[in-house]
Design a protein around this ligand. Structure first.
Ligand code: AMP
Length: 384
């Protein structure tokens, strides 16, 4: 088999990272007749539970990663903090999609912002900071409020500190706990949007319907699709996402998170907040509500197959289920499932810690507003 041939059903996909994104990918892949190997440091991880083979090893255990690479036909990832060296070594043995360089750019906030800025994509003003003095001058330049973020290992608002006055700099710098940070101007957005874009090896590009996202404590809480913003805004968001995917020379799936600021212009202002070169929490609606899910699309893209139709079948809303839902005991699943077009997805995590993503609900309805009401009601009904 040449490197350009499609990887057809029956072949074996390797996935680096064993969380819920890998799990939903593995389910999509196995449904289409592929074999799946998952590599993650924790045994019995959400992906490992549904994969054909689970490899338990640290991500920097290159020897095991190479054995894993020899056992599969293509490798993708669901986790951004796989070391670049591991990915590069794996890529010498087997195709890796998206390319290791894409991951290296997007997993580091400063490299990602610099990439976006140098390609002319709109981002919030930012400064790289490497000391408390850097931070103070950056705060003076950008003004308050602003947000100090870690350059790496930041997700779901972890590693973020809001700074409202210069006097908070010392404490913010100490709590960063990393030698490098990125200070960003605070964006007063009207709402947050995201676009999941898929790009095939041939350069074919498709985008899922634009999603509208609400956060709670910096963690995605509810996604509503279609987004309740002007058509011009959606058009501009899609155009941005496609351009970013092309600029990255992406093969796979990419999530583009956007801030939208309503103004006098037809589309308003869009700023790119973050990129993730993989399926994304805000794209989970696609499993139940689109012809092709973001996970099947990732599979098709990394296997060199044609992309699937991304049409939205019905308006939909998704609500995350965090570990907090378990605080008062086992959620009352039967109550949420009594609503016929509510769907339950659980990720197989045994320990329900506060803030931990344990699963999600989706609800479909005749309108986006109705879908949102329904999914929120379904989640509220879980409380024992
Ligand atoms: P992030 O980890 O960068 O995606 O941030 C998580 C969430 O924090 C975002 O979705 C926003 O709700 C909020 N946030 C992050 N950066 C900013 C910013 N510069 N201005 C305002 N809100 C922000």
């Amino acid at each position: 088999m040449g490197r350009g041939d499609p990887i057809i059903p029956g072949k074996t996909i390797g996935i680096l990272g064993g969380g819920q994104l890998g799990r939903m990918f593995a389910i999509a892949a196995r449904r289409m007749g592929y074999r799946v190997h998952a590599l993650d440091p924790s045994p019995d991880c959400p992906t490992g539970q549904v994969a054909d083979v689970e490899w338990s090893a640290a991500y920097d255990d290159v020897d095991t990663a190479l054995k894993f690479a020899r056992a599969v036909d293509v490798v993708t990832f669901e986790f951004e903090n796989v070391p670049y060296e591991t990915l590069q070594r794996v890529a010498e043995i087997v195709p890796v999609h998206p390319a290791p360089l894409v991951l290296d750019t997007t997993r580091h906030r400063l490299r990602e912002k610099t990439f976006l800025q140098t390609h002319g994509f709109p981002v919030a003003p930012f400064r790289a900071v490497q000391s408390v003095d850097d931070l103070k001058s950056a705060v003076a330049q950008l003004g308050t409020p602003c947000i100090l973020k870690t350059a790496t290992f930041g997700y779901d608002g972890k590693g973020q500190t809001r700074i409202d006055e210069l006097a908070q700099c010392d404490h913010a710098w100490q709590s960063l706990g990393q030698p490098m940070g990125v200070l960003e101007g605070f964006v007063r957005s009207t709402c947050e949007l995201s676009v999941i874009v898929a790009r095939a090896r041939t350069g074919e590009v498709l985008t899922f319907p634009v999603a509208e996202n609400a956060h709670a404590r910096h963690i995605l809480d509810v996604t509503v699709v279609p987004a309740r913003v002007p058509e011009a805004t959606k058009g501009a968001a899609v155009e941005l996402a496609v351009s970013v995917a092309k600029a990255l020379d992406l093969v796979g799936v990419l999530a583009v998170e956007l801030f939208w600021i309503k103004d006098e212009s037809a589309a308003g202002t869009l700023l790119v907040n973050e990129l993730a070169p993989r399926p994304h929490n805000s794209g989970h609606f696609s499993i139940d509500a689109c012809v092709t899910s973001q996970f099947e699309q990732q599979l098709r893209a990394v296997c060199g197959l044609p992309l699937g139709d991304v049409e939205l079948l019905r308006p939909v809303a998704m609500a995350n289920l965090l570990g907090d839902e378990w605080a008062k005991g086992e959620p009352r699943w039967e109550r949420a499932l009594a609503i016929p077009d509510v769907k339950l997805h659980l990720y197989g995590k045994s320990e329900a810690r506060p803030g931990r993503k344990m699963g999600h609900l989706t609800a479909m309805a005749g309108s986006a507003d109705e879908a949102e009401r329904k999914v929120r009601a379904a989640r509220a009904a879980l409380s024992p």
